[in-house]
Design a protein around this ligand. Structure first.
Ligand code: NAI
Ligand code: CS2
Length: 501
């Protein structure tokens, strides 16, 4: 019996289904040109989709993607193998409803997880990264995936995987270690380095990745470090598309909408943006012409775009997550239906606005309004718990640089102070996933019942708040005051008082 999954394999059915849009069928198999580490929801909805559309639009079919998971995600790798690496992306918006696309830019998938029983898959992945045709290694491995100090961006030598790779350079387990080992192989084989393209929500993501790679290479092989320094490329990027973790309800809705069961489906918003520093090994020939796709542009300096997005969108997102969790809301859309919370989220964007050097042509008020509309998307079940995860790795770039600006200018940051108080409350009372969760929960246990001391103890974590803020009296007192008001009045009363003042 032909299963629904077989229908997805049958391109004719999928491509000519009334509800699935497919731009073009390639003269398969595509030539691999990119290795991607971090085959998660975002890569499929963003870079894999954009690359698929680019190859279809330009007939340049040398950018097939070899995607790998080196941490979690073994099941997804196997599922994609079973359906010829095809999957669907359903784009949704408040105005236009649903549009489903069939994506075929993935040519291979690997699982080389940290817990993989043997080294075989890692060696296969390394060998692939060292192939002459591979010109880009891209990353969506989460903010915690690089093994960096969240406040400074420095490589953490005592991070378990970084420590392993410094002592086992030929069988690396971390993304940084794999990149260093693969570049070493390429140097030995007299090949150019690949461009390393971080697509994670970390500030100066290209520069920080470069610094981490060079830091590890310096420790292992100084000639390799010099070669990477001279010939490598690590462009920074700003990436934007809201892509929640898929739910069973999503999968059922996609099946109802398309008549096909795709367990690798993605549901996301229709908005997408990708701003990329145009700095690739081999210049324009070293990358796809991604900018032929709406929402994608190459620029000289990504920073204005990155800071606008990290501080306004992501800053409001984290605020919505923690304050919404305290109010019992499960999704961003639910939080946004409560006008007090929606107004407070807008005020967070207003606090971020004066700290920004706006990119050419960007209008701050329009951008803020567009973010509110995107957050209200009723088709997206974007869980507050998902956004709340890994806060120790996110807060520095989403809130703390805005706080530093306001401290230097003597201006108000009371909404972000409330957000920090809400984060501390969530980390102290809920099961929130975070690489520093154990340390933070120990702090909470030591200061139960004393809000002021609890708040000061959290702020003393200089790996998050930096040496400056963790000793800044004005900052500490502002957050302590907010935390005490939160404890006495509850989140909604606190936010109402702040937006009314
Ligand atoms: P996901 O949970 O679907 O995938 C996470 C990926 O990271 C998985 O492939 C996992 O194996 C890998 N990973 C996790 N920890 C790792 C580690 N220590 N080392 C190596 N790989 C590791 O999450 P999703 O939605 O794909 O997001 C991933 C990243 O993409 C985010 O952290 C963010 O930096 C960026 N992003 C996500 C957006 C979204 O709305 N989902 C939008 C913009 C950026
Ligand atoms: C979210 C981001 O999970 C989170 O931390 O704030 O993944 C957000 O969805 C994206 O940055 C939007 O581009």
């Amino acid at each position: 019996m032909e299963t629904q999954a077989h229908k997805l394999l049958n391109r004719e059915t999928a491509e000519h289904s009334k509800t699935i849009r497919k731009t073009k069928t390639y003269d398969l198999p595509l030539q691999p040109g990119i290795v991607h580490l971090g085959l998660g929801a975002f890569h499929r909805a963003h870079q894999a989709l954009i690359t698929d559309e680019t190859m279809a639009s330009t007939d340049d079919e040398q950018w097939g993607i070899v995607a790998a998971n080196i941490r979690s995600g073994a099941r997804l790798v196997e599922q994609l193998k079973q359906q010829d690496h095809l999957f669907t992306v359903t784009e949704t918006s408040k105005e236009h409803g649903l549009q489903c696309r069939l994506i075929s830019s993935l040519v291979e998938t690997h699982f080389a997880g940290a817990d993989e029983p043997n080294n075989h898959n890692h060696q296969r992945l390394l060998a692939t990264m060292a192939l002459p045709d591979i010109r880009i290694v891209s990353l969506t491995i989460t903010e915690k995936g690089y093994g960096l100090n969240p406040a400074t961006g420095e490589l953490l030598d005592d991070h378990p995987l970084i420590h392993h790779d410094l002592h086992n350079p030929d069988s690396p387990r971390s993304a940084i270690g794999l990149i260093v080992a693969a570049l070493s192989l390429r140097k030995r084989n007299d090949l150019h380095p690949f461009t390393v393209l971080s697509c994670d929500n970390i500030p100066d993501n290209g520069s920080r990745t470069r610094q981490a790679v060079l830091q590890m290479a310096e420790r292992l092989d100084k000639d390799l470090a010099s070669w990477i320094h001279q010939y490598g490329a690590f462009p920074s990027t700003m990436v934007d598309r809201i892509v929640p973790a898929i739910t069973d309800e999503d999968l059922n809705n996609v099946e109802q909408n398309t008549g096909l069961r795709d367990n690798c489906a993605i549901v996301c918003e229709s908005f997408k943006q990708w701003v990329i520093e145009d700095n690739f090994v081999g210049g324009e020939n070293g990358r796809p012409d991604w900018d032929c796709i709406d929402g994608v542009q190459f620029v000289e300096d990504v920073r204005p775009w990155e800071e606008m997005k990290l501080r306004m969108l992501n800053g409001a997102h984290s605020f919505i997550a923690y304050t919404g969790l305290l109010a019992g809301y499960q999704t961003v859309a639910e939080v946004m239906e409560d006008q007090t919370f929606a107004d407070a989220a807008k005020h967070v964007m207003v606090e971020a606005a004066p700290t920004l050097v706006m990119p050419d042509g960007a209008d701050l008020a329009d951008y803020a309004d567009s973010l509110i509309t995107r957050f209200q998307n009723p088709h997206l079940a974007h869980k507050t718990t998902q956004i709340a995860s890994d806060g120790s790795q996110k807060i520095p770039q989403r809130w703390l640089n805005t706080v530093r600006w306001h401290l230097a200018h003597g201006s108000d940051f009371s909404l972000i102070a409330a957000g920090i108080a809400a984060w501390i409350s969530c980390m102290s009372t809920m099961e929130i996933t975070d690489p520093m969760a154990t340390q933070l929960r120990e702090i909470a246990a030591q200061h139960t019942g004393n809000i002021s001391e609890l708040t000061k103890a959290f702020i003393a974590c200089s790996d998050i708040f930096g040496e400056d803020l963790s000793h800044n009296i004005q900052f500490i007192e502002t957050v302590v005051q907010s935390a005490e008001q939160l404890h006495q009045q509850g989140i909604k009363t606190l936010l109402h008082s702040l937006i009314e003042k």
